[in-house]
Design a binder for this molecule. Sequence first.
Ligand code: AHG
Ligand code: MN
Ligand code: MN
Length: 283
Amino acid sequence: MSDEVGAVVDVVAATAPEIRDGLADRRAYAEGENPSGERQLAADIYADELLCERLLDVDAVGSYASEERDAVVDGGDGRLHVACDPLDGSSNLRSNNTMGTVFGVYEAPLPAPGSALVAAGFVLFGPITTMVVARDGRVREWVLDGEDGDRRLLDEDLALPAEPTVYGFGGRVSEWTDAFAAYADRVAGELKLRYGGAMLGDVTQVLTYGGVFGYPGLRDRPEGKLRLLFEAHPVAHVVETAGGASSNGERSLLELTPERLHERTPLFVGDPGYVDDLEAALN
Ligand code: AHG
Ligand code: MN
Ligand code: MN
């Protein structure tokens, strides 16, 4: 891809193998906390530093923001603004489970509305390393198995399966609201539980097998855990482009504009029917 958005995607693809190779020796906690008050692994910081430096080297990229940084990093007058979670699911590193890098490419300064996304995607560090990118109304999936971001196209029009099969809901069940617990109970009677504790692995289960993933607002945390700009917008853009739906419990996540960079939101993505039912159950 020689175009500007393609240049961003190429950088993420080229950086992914280095992030993955750096995981084994960066499982320890670093000193600080991220702006959401969560402890950081050395791997979080390593991935963030690589991506920030490489992405700001792209002429078209005017700024970079991440889950690991308090403020937006200015990178000149490029028209694209990249928000990313350099290592989503990094708590899965100790248990050697899936995690990945998720990014959104906006045409407006950050924090931006979901409608300003021109592309979004994520790399999944599973048994193999894959990347999905939603842009121009289509989702493509690649295997990242070469050096320097070389990749093999797996699917040039990835679509959410029409038949829902799996579900995964995060947060402590004891903190679920009664309305959500009743909805989850119904879903559990109809679909198979697939919850791995890392959003990108869980969302990929839904994209592969059909169904619904969510991290709801909780009694003690009505805004939920996941971040609107760094996690919800990109994943919603991918799932909606693949024919699915997204919601914060009331409306599409892409209709939301974060006031604060690290604003959290309840997040649901997947089968449009189950997302509709969720909105009805919560309202
Ligand atoms: P991150 O590792 O970037 O902080 O994100 C982890 C997120 C997300 O991947 C996952 O869905 C959720 O945290 C799991 O939260 P719980 O540990 O509360 O289940
Ligand atoms: Mn995350
Ligand atoms: Mn993270």
